[in-house]
Design a protein around this ligand. Structure first.
Ligand SMILES: NC(=O)c1ccc[n+]([C@@H]2O[C@H](COP(=O)([O-])OP(=O)(O)OC[C@H]3O[C@@H](n4cnc5c(N)ncnc54)[C@H](O)[C@@H]3O)[C@@H](O)[C@H]2O)c1
Length: 365
């Protein structure tokens, strides 16, 4: 089997935390090139990894014949250009969420990748939590019955600190909506299906963060109707004081159906709560061992902190899809679907109106 050669564009937090350690685990896969437009960051990443090929310009990396696939892990506004340049050079692309600053751009990325025949993947990393994968399996099997309600709640305590590019509209697009709620919008699509309409509220509590202007939402709430008749309530905030800042803070999903309910909490990676209709209440169920990692993943789930290491299965999904020449899950289409909801939420928060989502697409994309 020939070695798959990866380039990573953007050597900041998520690359060091997720992408590099995930790819290191994959056999016959190698990161051969790095790019960061900040020279000291690039030099640090090179020093840590020993990777020789490096540039501060992505254009110099994505055209190389010795690169098969590209991971885009830069601030949101730069994703479309880098991804499109990589696709134009025939590279497979894993792009961080949110794919773009708006739905039209994310859809164009999906269309370009499809017509180039390359693999494309959106980094909705929390799909790889074992409990989420098992929950999706149970719902697909029909255990829920008719879906009534989808509820998600992401609560973190980021206080008033500076957020760098994350607090600048032209660089990030949205605040809490794209940063945190995009994953939970993706959960909703995975578990329930496309939304039909929504109304949203966003709020900037701190227009100054770290001494700089913050023009993006500190919190967001969405009330939704799904195409299958279910209702949804999605809330996410950076200002849930005392909740802690990391992924260990609350990330809760509850789904109620005609047969039973399920509760997923990211921090409880190998457990779900469930209760049957008319039953005595919720009970905890363990996630079967075969769901502790994605099929074929080289990761040993007994090694490391499971709240960190589930993320490495994302790299395996990308590698495996390239080798098998099958679509990645989640793909750019899933990224575009979430972006469509985000655009609608921004419009709704501005107009204070319900926004319909299914006018031009039954798939929700
Ligand atoms: N999937 C997840 O769980 C997850 C987690 C964290 C971040 N993210 C996403 O990953 C992306 C990066 O986030 P981060 O936290 O790593 O940010 P970061 O600021 O830590 O790192 C981004 C890096 O990109 C570099 N950069 C900026 N513009 C560039 C360009 N044009 N070319 C090359 N390099 C460039 C910066 O110098 C920086 O080193 C964002 O889209 C974010 O939403 C996803």
């Amino acid at each position: 089997m020939s070695t798959l050669r990866f380039a990573i564009i953007g050597c900041g937090g998520v690359t060091l935390q997720n992408h590099l350690p995930g790819l290191v685990l994959c056999p016959d896969a190698k990161v051969v090139a790095l790019c960061d437009n900040d020279a000291p960051t690039l030099a640090r990443a090179q020093e840590q990894t020993g990777i020789a090929i490096a540039s501060t310009r992505h254009e110099e990396i994505v055209h190389r014949d010795d690169v098969d696939a590209v991971i885009v892990a830069t601030p949101n506004f730069s994703h479309p250009q880098i991804a499109l340049d990589a696709i134009a050079n025939g590279k497979h692309v894993l792009c961080e969420k949110p794919l773009a600053l708006n739905h039209a751009d994310s859809r164009a990325m999906a269309a370009a990748a499809d017509s180039a025949g390359v693999r494309h993947m959106t980094a909705f990393t929390y799909r790889f939590v074992p409990a989420m994968r098992y929950l999706a399996h149970l719902i697909q099997r029909g255990d829920l019955g008719q879906p009534y309600h989808y509820r998600s709640c992401r609560l973190q305590d980021w206080g008033t600190r500076g957020l760098g590019w994350r607090q600048v509209k032209k660089l990030a697009g949205t605040g809490e909506l794209g940063d945190m709620l995009s994953h939970r919008i993706d959960f909703a699509h995975l578990l329930i299906g496309p939304m039909r309409r929504l109304i949203a509220n966003t709020r900037v509590f701190h227009p100054i963060r770290g001494g700089q202007t913050n023009d993006l939402d500190d919190c967001v709430a969405i009330l939704a109707d799904f195409q299958n008749g279910a209702t949804g309530v999605l809330e996410s905030s950076k200002l849930a004081s005392g909740r802690n800042e990391s992924w260990r803070s609350l990330d809760y999903v509850e789904i109620n159906g005609s047969e039973r309910s399920f509760v997923f909490i990211t921090g409880e990676w190998n457990k779900l709560q469930t209760g049957i209709v008319g039953g005595p209440g919720m009970e905890t169920i363990e996630i079967p061992k075969e769901f502790w990692k994605t099929p074929g993943s080289p990761r040993d789930p007994s090694k490391g902190d499971p709240l960190v290491t589930f993320r490495y299965d994302q790299a395996w999904e990308f590698v495996d899809a390239i080798r098998a020449q099958r679509p990645c899950v989640p793909s750019f289409h899933d990224g575009a679907r979430a972006q469509r909801v985000m655009d609608a939420a921004v419009l709704s928060a501005k107009t204070r109106q319900w926004v319909e989502l299914d006018e031009d697409s039954k798939s929700g994309e």
